[in-house]
Design a protein around this ligand. Structure first.
Ligand SMILES: Cc1cc2nc3c(=O)[nH]c(=O)nc-3n(C[C@H](O)[C@H](O)[C@H](O)COP(=O)(O)OP(=O)(O)OC[C@H]3O[C@@H](n4cnc5c(N)ncnc54)[C@H](O)[C@@H]3O)c2cc1C
Length: 430
């Protein structure tokens, strides 16, 4: 029966219907060393799956992903400056499957951490020996009064790339001459700390060409932000008087309420109007992590930073934006770095080895214009103080690009940003 697969055999035996209705568990091969399931086939999940399979091909690796295609958030700000379109940021799973990784397109509804299985909206139950969870972020709807999923159709967040990005782009394009774009920036921690400020620069880049008397106002829930000095110098140089940043200390704690029908924003002191309002709301771990009891009071998933195992559930590893980040930024590059650490740890555990001590790496470029970029990078390690684990930067490795960088330096960084994208996407989807 060597060339007859199991489904064919069951069909021949008149049991084909049984095979179709059996839980996914029944289709595992008997030669499998271990079953590793990856929940979420975005940046972290796709890379983790690839590394597990590459490190130990005998492991059966399955991704469960809600959508048939993945659109990267990174570079979605570039769409606003007409530098890229969304199609060029969208990637399918054909190459993933070619590597011998199973891909189930279905939304996970719950992780049964006791029974070690993932339940899906499509009625499947997918068993695992080890689970890697990478569902990204979800939003704290209602944390800003009046801002919920319906309001986001009028005041887009554009913080998950796709139709929301297009909606924001169209609103900016259709804005009256001399209009105001408001960006509501979230409190820490959130996905992509420099993202709102790169967004301001790239919307300004579009407006400078098409609507030069328009203004952008950023209402921040924080008193400081990533690469602040570099951004503010870049805004002043490339878009003089166009971008204003209002920190929480100036507004009494940021935006507290929105009224989409009146297009107004409210602080404790003021009522503010704008023509386009981009609300980037406060964030949590992906909803599936919350629903499955993997989060703590912070709304994020606590982990052991040595192998990224959940401190709440056994044999579950959390990577990417959903984990309690400590000093790590919630970035695509960190999602990749945590994916590799988790992959090595999972393969070690499966093979009865103790995982080694990891390092984590970040590199993130932010465009000021299509030709000028600034960057931040860093190497991180696990530190234990008074029995408490944390992530800390190694020496002075965590640094931004120089304030006095000349044009040729920033031009080079803009080119590096494009190749950074190709490399990162290739790790998961190439
Ligand atoms: C505007 C913007 C710009 C950015 N720019 C940069 C940048 O320049 N550099 C950088 O490093 N980072 C950047 N980022 C951050 C980066 O996109 C994220 O940090 C990264 O995508 C996190 O990876 P992840 O795997 O944790 O989540 P994601 O990449 O979001 O993947 C999560 C996946 O899980 C799936 N999923 C969720 N729930 C379920 C479920 N219940 N069942 C099945 N599937 C599910 C989702 O469909 C998704 O495919 C940017 C983000 C934004 C918003």
């Amino acid at each position: 029966m060597a060339n007859i697969n199991r489904r064919k055999f069951l069909q021949m035996a008149g049991l084909g219907g049984l095979a179709a209705s059996m839980p996914y568990a029944a289709t595992w091969g008997s030669q499998t060393k271990a079953r590793v399931v990856v929940l979420g086939g975005g940046t972290g999940g796709a890379i983790a799956a690839r590394y597990v399979k590459a490190l130990d091909p005998s492991i059966d690796v399955t991704i469960i992903e809600a959508n048939p295609q993945y659109t990267t958030c990174y570079m979605s700000n570039w769409v606003l400056a007409e530098m890229r379109d969304l199609d060029s940021l969208t990637h399918g799973y054909d190459n993933v499957k070619k590597r011998g990784i199973n891909v189930i397109i279905d939304a996970a509804t719950r992780i049964d951490t006791e029974g070690q299985q993932v339940l899906t909206a499509g009625g499947q139950s997918v068993p695992y020996d080890r689970l890697i969870v990478s569902p990204g972020v979800d939003f704290r709807w209602g944390a800003i009064e009046g801002y919920d999923a319906a309001a986001a159709e009028i005041l887009p967040h554009a913080w998950k790339a796709g139709p929301q990005t297009v909606l924001l782009q169209e609103q900016v394009r259709n804005m009256r001459q001399g209009g105001v774009v408001a960006i509501v920036a979230p409190p820490n921690p959130f996905r992509c700390p420099p993202g709102p400020y790169e967004r301001a620069a790239l919307i300004a880049n579009y407006l400078k060409r098409h609507n030069p008397t328009a203004k952008i106002v950023i209402y921040d829930a924080k008193d400081a932000f990533s690469k602040q000095g570099l951004f503010q110098a870049g805004w002043a140089r490339h878009y003089p008087d166009m971008i204003e940043w209002i920190g929480a200390f100036q507004s009494g704690g940021g935006i507290k309420r929105v009224d989409p029908s009146a297009m107004t924003l409210h602080t404790d002191f003021d009522d503010l109007n704008a023509d386009v309002i981009n609300v980037i709301p406060p964030q949590t771990a992906g909803q599936i992590a919350i629903d499955s009891g993997l989060t703590d009071d912070s709304g994020w998933c606590p982990v052991n930073y040595r192998d990224l195992q959940s401190t709440i559930a056994s044999n579950v590893h959390i990577i990417g934006d959903s984990m309690v980040s400590s000093a790590l930024p919630k970035s695509g590059y960190i999602a990749a770095s945590t994916a590799k650490v988790a992959a090595v740890a999972v393969v070690d555990h499966v093979n009865g080895r103790e995982p080694g001590t990891p390092s984590y790496f970040n590199t993130c470029y932010s465009l000021l214009t299509p030709e000028h970029s600034i960057s931040v990078s860093g190497v991180y390690k696990v530190a234990v103080t008074d029995g408490e684990q944390a992530i800390v930067g190694v020496g002075d490795s965590v640094a931004v690009s120089p304030a006095d960088a000349d044009d040729s330096f920033q031009n080079r960084e803009a080119r590096y940003a494009a190749s950074w994208y190709d490399n990162l996407v290739d790790q998961g989807f190439g």
